[in-house]
Ligand binder design. Structure first.
Ligand code: ZN
Length: 183
């Protein structure tokens, strides 16, 4: 099965979300996952002394965390539960399989890290846009539209940053000074 048909199936499943509680729970899981992944990517870039990209990913982590909290507050205010069984994981740009934290190799370049982030921001945007398109619930459509706009902004930011860090120059990962454990 190729990644395209998997993506489609995944999105087709997701747009079946009919009530606002399911949407909120899934959106919340997405924000939590994004916050965790951006924190990992920031740590990774920090280990390479890339201060600019570290700062970008820390900012993204706090944006996503804030969105997660807004979603939870909105749910609480409307007496809607965040369902504990809503799960979401980032995937790798190369295929449908989920992106294992172990795959975040310590030599990952800024370009690779940003490509991974862009890919997952696009998935998030597409997810919310498709809900807007297919849901019959007005409240769901409005909220998903708001989330889709936020994700679109993230997509634009990742594209802008990618243009600052074009595909890896030869030798980027020649590590003359590998990290060592210190006392
Ligand atoms: Zn995002």
């Amino acid at each position: 099965m190729n990644s395209d048909s998997n993506e489609l199936t995944e999105h087709q499943q997701k747009v079946q979300l009919k009530n606002i509680s399911e949407l909120l729970s899934y959106a919340h899981a997405m924000e939590v996952e994004a916050c965790e992944r951006y924190t990992e990517l920031a740590d990774l870039m920090e280990a390479h002394n890339n201060k600019q990209v570290t700062k970008l990913f820390r900012t993204m982590a706090s944006h996503e965390k804030q969105h997660g909290e807004e979603i939870r507050q909105w749910a609480d205010k409307n007496n809607l539960p965040i369902l504990p069984n809503a799960h979401y994981q980032w995937t790798s740009p190369e295929g449908p399989e989920t992106c294992d934290p172990a795959d975040l190799h310590y030599l990952m370049t800024p370009n690779q890290a940003l490509t991974l982030a862009l890919h997952n921001e696009q998935r998030a945007r597409k997810f919310f846009s498709e809900i807007v398109k297919y849901t019959s619930d007005e409240q769901v459509r409005e909220f998903a539209g708001h989330l889709a706009q936020e994700e679109m902004q993230h997509v634009v930011w990742m594209q802008q940053w990618l243009s600052k860090f074009p595909k890896t120059q030869e030798g980027w990962d020649d590590d003359d000074d590998p990290p060592v454990l210190q006392d």
